[in-house]
Design a protein around this ligand. Structure first.
Ligand code: ADP
Ligand code: MG
Ligand code: MG
Length: 902
C-alpha cells in the first residue's frame, strides 16, 4: 500500500501567490506575489497556517514538516550557494510571523538567525566588516532572547544603553567592535541566567525554536483579545515566513526604509516614506535616530531610489490600491521585504478612491466599495484643528468618534459635580462599570486604560454618542491618588487633555476643534463648502460628493429620515433624505401642551374630552402643515401616538411628596389618582401604541383629522403633500381593522368637505414578533409595513433597552453571547429572520406592499446591507445618518451586482 502523500506544508516564495492568503498568511502571500512579479525579493519559504493549526491541536509539529523545512532550506541554500550558519560566508535568515489578518500580540520577527560564535567570524570575513558582523550577532541574541525565549526586553536594552554610555557613543552605530563583542557575551549571559541554558548555537535549532515560538504566539493573551474584539476566528492559525537576510546595517551605502505609494494619513498623491542609513529592520520606525525623507534618499542613492519609485508604481498598478512597503538597501542593492494594501484614515480613503477612479485604475463602483459608511461617519464629527500644535500622550482604541477636550476627573461623582458647575470634563477610569453611568453622561469624553471596543465604556459611550477612547494601555490610572501616569509623565485631576474618538489619540492640553468640512458640504452644498476650504480639504469634499452621488445613482434602497419637526425635515432634505420614514407625534404633546393631556386624562365626561381634543386639533394641524411644506413632494410617514399617556403626566413620587408636604395645588389629588391609575409595572408592554387608539376615545381620530386637514390645506395652497399614516404596535390584524374603520371614515369626510382626493396610504409598524409572524393577515389591512427594529429587537430578545445596555451588555459581549449590540447592528439571525418572514408573507398578500425600516438600524452600515438583501424599499434613520445610509445602500447594490465579491 502506498503511503498517502503528506499535505504540502511549506511553499517557496516562488510557488505562492496573493490568492493563497488563507494558507500563507498576508505577509507570505504578498512576498510570493512580489516574487512572481519578478521584484527583487530575497528568496525564502512560507510554512503554512495548516502546519500551525496542526501544531496547536496536537502539541507538536506534523512529522513531515521537519522534512519539508529541510528540503526548502536546501533549495534556498543551493540557490544562494551558502549554508545556514556556515563558518564561512554563512546564510542567515529572518523568521517572521504572518497571519491572514495582521494583529498585535503575534511574535515579532527574529533577524539574523544562523549566527553563532563561529559563523559570526565567517560573516565578518565575507562582508569584510567586523563591526557589522558583531552588530548582527548582538541583534540576534537580543531579539531571540526577547521574543523566542521570553526574556524581558529591558534586560537587553539597559545593557545596550550602559555600553553606549561607557563607550561614549551617542547612538548604536558609533559602538566600536570591541564593545559589540562584549555586548554579545553579556547578552548570552543574560540568556543563560534567565533560561538555565546557553544560547542555542545550532542554526537549525534556532530556526525550529523560532518557528515554534511563532506558532505559540497565536495564542498569547493579547492576540486572543484582539481577535475577540475584531471578530477574527480563533482557528485560523498563523503562517511562518523564513526569508534570506539582506543587510541594511552594512555601512553607509546600506539602510532600511518604509514607504507608501500615497500618503495614508491625508491621501495626498505621491510617494511618502522614511529611510534610515546603516540600520536594520524596525530601526527606521523606532525613532532611535533621525530618518531621511524619500527626497533625501534620492540624493543619497539615486539608483536605488529610482528603482524603488518604479517598483512602487508597479505595485500600485498591480494591487490597484495604496501599497504599504518595507525595503532594505544592502551596499547599494535594493531589496523588497514586504508589501500590503495599506491602512488609511477616513479622509485618505475617500481621496485615494477618487484619485484612482480619475486615473482610470478602478471603476466608479470599485471606488464606492473602497470607502465605508463608518469612514463617512467619522468625517461627520467635529475634528481637532489639523493645523494646531499637538502633543501626543498615547494612543488607545477609537471607541466612539468625536473630538473632546476637558479637565481630567477620575470618578463619576466628581464628573457630575464639576460638570454641574459648567466645566468640561473627561472621565478617566481603568474601565467603567454601570456605576459610572452618571459620570459618563456628565462628561464630554470618556477615557479608559483597559478593555476594547466591546467594553462597557465603549458600548455605553457609543450608545449615547459620547466621545470615547478605550484600552489606552500605556495609561497607568491611579483612582485613589487621582493621577494618571503615561510614559513617566504624571497628570492630575483638573489637568486638561484632549481625546480623539476617531483615531484613539490622547493629547495633552486643549486642542481647538473645527467643524467638519463634510458636514458643511452636506448642509450648505458643494459650492459653499469649497469656498471655505483649502486645497486638501477641497479635494476631500469633492471626493465625498462624487462618491455619494455615485452611490445615489447605484442604490436600489431609498433613504428617508426620522424627523419630527419642519426644521429637522429641512435638514434631512439637505442631507439627501427622500422623505420622512418616521415622524413621531409625541413631542407635539410636550411643553405647553402637556396640560392639555392632563386635562384629557382627567376628563370626566365625553364633552370635556371632546373639548380638549378640539383644542389640540388646530395645534396638531399646524405642526403637520409645516412638516408637509418642508417635505413637499416627498413621502411623509406620520406615526400616531405611541408612548403610554403617563409619560406626559408628572412623576408619581414627586407629586405624592408635594401633596404630603401640603404644597399641592388645586386638582393635584385628582391628578395623583390618575397617575396611579395609569401607572404600569412595565410600560413598554402596557397601554401604548394602537392600544391607546382603541381605548382612549377620540385621540387617534383627532390626530388623523389633523393630518388629513393639513394635507387638504397644503393641496389647496398648491402644494404636493404625500402623507402616510402609520399605526404603531399592532400585533393582530383585528386591531388594525378596527382602527382603519375609524380612520377611513374621517379621511373620506374631509376629502368630501374639501373637495379633494387625498390618497393617504395607511400602514403599520411591524415591531412585535406576532405582527411579523402574522404578516400575511396584517397586510390585508396595511398598505405599507415599516419595521420598528428598536422595539422589534426589544420584544424579540425580551430586552428593555434602557435597563440592559448599561447593566449586562458589556458582559454579554465579553462572554461572546453576541459580538455587537443588537441595538447597534441588526441581529440577522433572530430579528432578521422575523423581518424576512414578514417581507415574504406581506408581499404574498399584497404584491405592491411598500416596505421600510424606521429603527436606528436604518443608519447602521451592516444593517443597511441586510435590508438591501431582504428586499426592502427604503430605510429611514436620523438626519445625521442619512449620508451614511445613502453610501451603504450604494455599496450594498454594487456588492450584490458583483456577486458579493468586491
Ligand atoms: P512586521 O510584521 O512587524 O512588519 P516583519 O517580518 O516585516 O515584521 O519584519 C520586521 C522588520 O525586519 C522589518 O523592518 C522588515 O523589513 C525586516 N526584515 C524582515 N525580514 C528581513 C530580511 N530577510 N532581511 C532584512 N530585513 C528583514
Ligand atoms: Mg513588516
Ligand atoms: Mg416602537
Amino acid at each position: 500500500m502506498a503511503t498517502p502523500r503528506p499535505a504540502q506544508l511549506v511553499y517557496d516564495f516562488a510557488d505562492g501567490s496573493r490568492d493563497m492568503v488563507d494558507l500563507l498568511g498576508g505577509k507570505g502571500a504578498n512576498l510570493a506575489e512580489m516574487t512572481r512579479l519578478g521584484l527583487p525579493v530575497p528568496p525564502g519559504f512560507t510554512i503554512t497556517t495548516e502546519a500551525c493549526r496542526h501544531y496547536l491541536a496536537q502539541g507538536e509539529e506534523p512529522q513531515s514538516l521537519r522534512v519539508q523545512v529541510t528540503m526548502a532550506l536546501r533549495r534556498l541554500e543551493d540557490k544562494l550557494g551558502r549554508r545556514l550558519g556556515d563558518v564561512q560566508d554563512p546564510l542567515l535568515v529572518s523568521v517572521r510571523s504572518g497571519a491572514k489578518f495582521s494583529m498585535p500580540g503575534m511574535m515579532e520577527t527574529v533577524l539574523n538567525v544562523g549566527l553563532n560564535d563561529y559563523s559570526v567570524k565567517g560573516l565578518a570575513e565575507a562582508a569584510n566588516d567586523e563591526r557589522f558582523a558583531w552588530d548582527s550577532y548582538r541583534r540576534l541574541v537580543q531579539m531571540f532572547g526577547k521574543t523566542v525565549l521570553g526574556i524581558p526586553g529591558e534586560r537587553f536594552e539597559d545593557e545596550l544603553e550602559a555600553t553606549k554610555q561607557r563607550a561614549g557613543a551617542a547612538s548604536d552605530v558609533e559602538l566600536p567592535v570591541d564593545a559589540l563583542r562584549e555586548l554579545v557575551e553579556t547578552f548570552k549571559a543574560i540568556v543563560a541566567e534567565h533560561t538555565g541554558r546557553e544560547f542555542p548555537q545550532d542554526p537549525r535549532e534556532q530556526l525550529d525554536m523560532a518557528m515554534r515560538a511563532v506558532f505559540d504566539s497565536w495564542n498569547t493573551e493579547r492576540a486572543r483579545l484582539y481577535r475577540r474584539r475584531e471578530r477574527i476566528p480563533h482557528d485560523l492559525g498563523t503562517a511562518v515566513n523564513v526569508c534570506a537576510m539582506v543587510f541594511g546595517n552594512m555601512g553607509e551605502t546600506s539602510g532600511t526604509g518604509v514607504c507608501f505609494t500615497r500618503d495614508p494619513a491625508t491621501g495626498k498623491p505621491g510617494a511618502y516614506g522614511d529611510y534610515l542609513v546603516n540600520a536594520q529592520g524596525e530601526d527606521v520606525v523606532a525613532g532611535i535616530r533621525n530618518t531621511l525623507s524619500l527626497e533625501d534618499f534620492a540624493r543619497l542613492d539615486p539608483a536605488s531610489h529610482a528603482e524603488l519609485v518604479q517598483i512602487m508604481r508597479r505595485l500600485e498598478t498591480h494591487y490597484r490600491d495604496l501599497c504599504d512597503i518595507e525595503f532594505t538597501v544592502e551596499r547599494g542593492k535594493l531589496w523588497m521585504l514586504q508589501t500590503r494594501v495599506g491602512k488609511r484614515t477616513a479622509a485618505a480613503a475617500f481621496r485615494i478612491a477618487t484619485q484612482l477612479m480619475d486615473e482610470r485604475v478602478i471603476t466608479p463602483d470599485e471606488a464606492l466599495s473602497r470607502v465605508t459608511g463608518a469612514q463617512l461617519g467619522q468625517l461627520l464629527f467635529p475634528q481637532f484643528d489639523p493645523t494646531a500644535e499637538r502633543e501626543l500622550l498615547t494612543k488607545g482604541m477609537a471607541a466612539s468618534p468625536g473630538a473632546a477636550s476637558g479637565k481630567l476627573v477620575f470618578s463619576s461623582p466628581t464628573a457630575v459635580e464639576w460638570a454641574a458647575r459648567g466645566e468640561q470634563v473627561i472621565l478617566c477610569r481603568r474601565e467603567t462599570t454601570p456605576d459610572d453611568l452618571p459620570g459618563m453622561v456628565a462628561a464630554t469624553g470618556v477615557l479608559t486604560s483597559r478593555g476594547g471596543k466591546t467594553s462597557h465604556a465603549a458600548v455605553v459611550a457609543r450608545g449615547m454618542g459620547r466621545t470615547c477612547v478605550c484600552g489606552a494601555e500605556e495609561l497607568d490610572v491611579d483612582v485613589a491618588a487621582r493621577t494618571v501616569t503615561v510614559r513617566g509623565r504624571v497628570l492630575r485631576e483638573g489637568d486638561v487633555i484632549s481625546i480623539d474618538g476617531a483615531t484613539g489619540e490622547v493629547f495633552a492640553g486643549q486642542l481647538p476643534v473645527v467643524a467638519s468640512p463634510v458636514v458643511n458640504y452636506l448642509e450648505n452644498g458643494l459650492e459653499a463648502a469649497l469656498a471655505e476650504a483649502d486645497e486638501e480639504t477641497a479635494e476631500l469634499v469633492r471626493s465625498v460628493d462624487r462618491v455619494l452621488r455615485h452611490a445615489d445613482r447605484t442604490r436600489r434602497l431609498r433613504v428617508r429620515a426620522n424627523a419630527d419637526t419642519a426644521e429637522d425635515a429641512a435638514r434631512a432634505r439637505r442631507m439627501g433624505a427622500e422623505g420622512i420614514g418616521l415622524c413621531r407625534t409625541e413631542h407635539m404633546f410636550l411643553g405647553d401642551r402637556r396640560v392639555l393631556i392632563e386635562r384629557l386624562v382627567l376628563a370626566e365626561t365625553a364633552d370635556e374630552q371632546e373639548q380638549v381634543l378640539a383644542e389640540l386639533l388646530p395645534l396638531q394641524r399646524a405642526d403637520f402643515v409645516e412638516l408637509l411644506e418642508a417635505m413637499d413632494g416627498l413621502p411623509v410617514t406620520i406615526r400616531l401616538l405611541d408612548p403610554p399617556l403617563h409619560e406626559f403626566l408628572p412623576d408619581r413620587t414627586a407629586l405624592a411628596v408635594k401633596i404630603a408636604r401640603g404644597e399641592g395645588e388645586e386638582g393635584d389629588e385628582r391628578l395623583l389618582a390618575a397617575v396611579e391609575r395609569l401607572h404600569e409595572a412595565n410600560p413598554m408592554l402596557g397601554l401604548r401604541g394602537v392600544r391607546l387608539g382603541l381605548l382612549v376615545p377620540g385621540l387617534y381620530a383627532m390626530q388623523v383629522r389633523a393630518i388629513a386637514e393639513a394635507a387638504a390645506e397644503r393641496r389647496t395652497a398648491g402644494g404636493d403633500p404625500r402623507v402616510e399614516i402609520m399605526v404603531p404596535l399592532v400585533g393582530s390584524v383585528m386591531e388594525l381593522h378596527l382602527i382603519r374603520d375609524e380612520i377611513d371614515g374621517i379621511i373620506a369626510g374631509i376629502e368630501e368637505a374639501a373637495g379633494v382626493q387625498l390618497a393617504i396610504p395607511i400602514g403599520t409598524m411591524i415591531e412585535l414578533p406576532r405582527a411579523a409572524l402574522t404578516a400575511r393577515r396584517i397586510a390585508e389591512a396595511a398598505e405599507f409595513f415599516s419595521f420598528g427594529t428598536n422595539d422589534l429587537t426589544q420584544t424579540t430578545w425580551g430586552f428593555s433597552r434602557d435597563d440592559v445596555e448599561a447593566s449586562i451588555f458589556a458582559a454579554y459581549l465579553e462572554k461572546g453571547v453576541f459580538t455587537v449590540s443588537p441595538f447597534e447592528s441588526l441581529d440577522r439571525d433572530g430579528v432578521g429572520a422575523l423581518i424576512r418572514t414578514a417581507v415574504a408573507a406581506g408581499r404574498e398578500t399584497r404584491t405592491d406592499l411598500k416596505l421600510g425600516v424606521c429603527g436606528e438600524h436604518g443608519g447602521d452600515p451592516d444593517s443597511v446591507h441586510f435590508f438591501h438583501d431582504a428586499g426592502l424599499d427604503y430605510v429611514s434613520c436620523s438626519p445625521f445618518r442619512v449620508p451614511v445610509a445613502r453610501l451603504e445602500a450604494g455599496r450594498a447594490a454594487v456588492h450584490t451586482e458583483a456577486g458579493g465579491h468586491l
